[in-house]
Design a protein around this ligand. Structure first.
Ligand code: P1T
Length: 395
């Protein structure tokens, strides 16, 4: 077992943190999938030294993954859920009557739907704010604000929010100690961005994306350095019960072992794709954190160590142009989701963000021409050729 894991670098943590082969007695270097739903007790309400009683409350394979992923994010605690949205929904259960959420205006369509159509009808107030405008964030905060929720970069328009600047405003204006500043870190992954270092209380992930990285798991995470908040999250994880299966924890733990290698390639492939798109005459605008032209470039230099595999661009033309372009691609697969080894393309207005009301989509620029790419790990020449051929087909 790697002790004092805080001294170790990212790749070593991803491979060794929480992975002590001797904790399984056999010395298995690959953690077993512990499928037992219940654990023998040494006496009534007396747990064995392992401390497990029932798999919703705690499971050895889940604990193994949670320890490892906390170490790579530089967090004290990680709490895993059955999906990214299960993590979000569970966290929103901390809200008490009359409390409010301030939410970044551009977020994943499912997060938007969860807040607007599940929590708002139940009496929660959600204020949508463009947190790239810090004065708007400050003006939106009030004594009822309990949660501030941002994504950076945002899905799908790739707006960049200054985490440290937001944290300072939130701490100064919200005097209540139980206010929670959450950053959905899915698009960057722990390899490229560590929000807790910049003052966030929680770093949230859809593990379904880069952390697992192989498009074969749906899972979510909440990570924090705050012991009291972690205890609350663990209570809610057990009380609400939206936990991931041991098999999914095994797969996510395995995917995590190569996160650092995969992110290097996602970062470099996506930057090359974005630079190619910038020069393409059929492209109106490109948003990617690695481009010098990116509006948040200076913030990225401060808070990120990489640019991610996500690229958003607006094609010249109309919805038919977008559809024809997408249909002409042969290496990029048309599908929702992101962060896997394979390159994906999607049209958010009718896919991932179809549930966002049309007026809100119009304000945010989620138009028929906005195309989102999740640039995978293929050979870059083949990706550029694929895009070149698709532009030729619609020209
Ligand atoms: O799909 P799930 O694991 O429940 O995660 C939800 C989620 C949360 N946050 C962000 C930033 C996300 O992108 C997602 C899921 N997003 C997609 C499926 C998508 O294609 O954008």
């Amino acid at each position: 077992m790697v002790k004092e894991s805080e001294k170790l670098k990212f790749g070593t943590r991803a491979i060794h943190a929480g992975q002590d082969p001797w904790k399984w007695r056999s010395g298995a270097v690959v953690p077993p999938i512990s499928l037992a739903s219940t654990f023998a007790q040494t006496g009534p309400a007396e747990l064995s030294e392992c401390g497990f009683d029932y798999s919703r409350s705690g499971n050895p394979t889940r604990e193994c993954f949670e320890e490892c992923v906390a170490a790579v994010e530089g967090a004290k605690h990680a709490v895993a859920f059955a999906s990214g949205l299960a993590a979000t929904a569970t966290l929103l259960h901390v809200l008490e009557k009359g409390e409010e959420v301030v939410c970044m205006d551009d977020v994943y369509g499912g997060t938007n739907r969860l807040m607007n159509r599940v929590f708002v009808p139940n009496g929660v107030t959600v204020n949508k704010v463009d947190c790239t405008q810090l004065d708007l964030l400050e003006a939106a905060l009030n004594e009822k604000t309990r949660i501030v929720w941002i994504e950076t970069p945002t899905n799908p328009t790739m707006k960049c929010v200054d985490i440290e600047a937001c944290a300072k405003i939130i701490k100064a204006k919200l005097k209540r100690p139980d206010a929670i500043f959450v950053v959905d870190n899915t698009f960057m992954s722990p390899y490229n961005q560590k929000p807790l270092q910049f003052g966030a209380d929680i770093s949230m992930h859809s593990v379904s994306k880069y952390i697992n990285g192989h498009s074969d798991v749906i899972m979510g995470l909440l990570m924090t350095n705050n012991d009291e908040l972690a205890a609350k999250l663990k209570f809610l994880q057990n009380a609400i019960g939206a936990v991931p299966s041991p098999f999914d924890c095994f797969l996510a733990n395995r995917g995590l072992k190569t996160l650092h290698l995969r992110m290097e390639r996602h970062n470099s492939n996506a930057l090359k794709v974005a630079q190619f798109l910038e020069k393409e005459s059929m492209v109106e605008k490109v948003m990617h954190p690695g481009l010098k032209s990116y509006p948040g470039y200076d913030i990225v230099q401060k808070q990120c160590t990489g640019n991610s595999g996500m690229v958003t661009f607006w094609i010249k033309g109309n919805v038919e142009t977008s559809k024809q372009f997408i249909a002409s691609l042969k290496v990029f697969t048309l599908a929702e989701s992101l962060g896997g080894y394979e390159s994906l393309v999607e049209l958010p207005c009718v896919m991932t963000h179809a549930s966002v009301p049309p007026e809100q989509r119009a304000v945010l620029g989620i138009s028929d021409q906005l195309i989102r790419l999740s640039v995978g790990l293929e050979d870059i020449d083949d990706l550029i050729d694929d895009l070149t051929n698709a532009f030729s087909a619609v020209a």
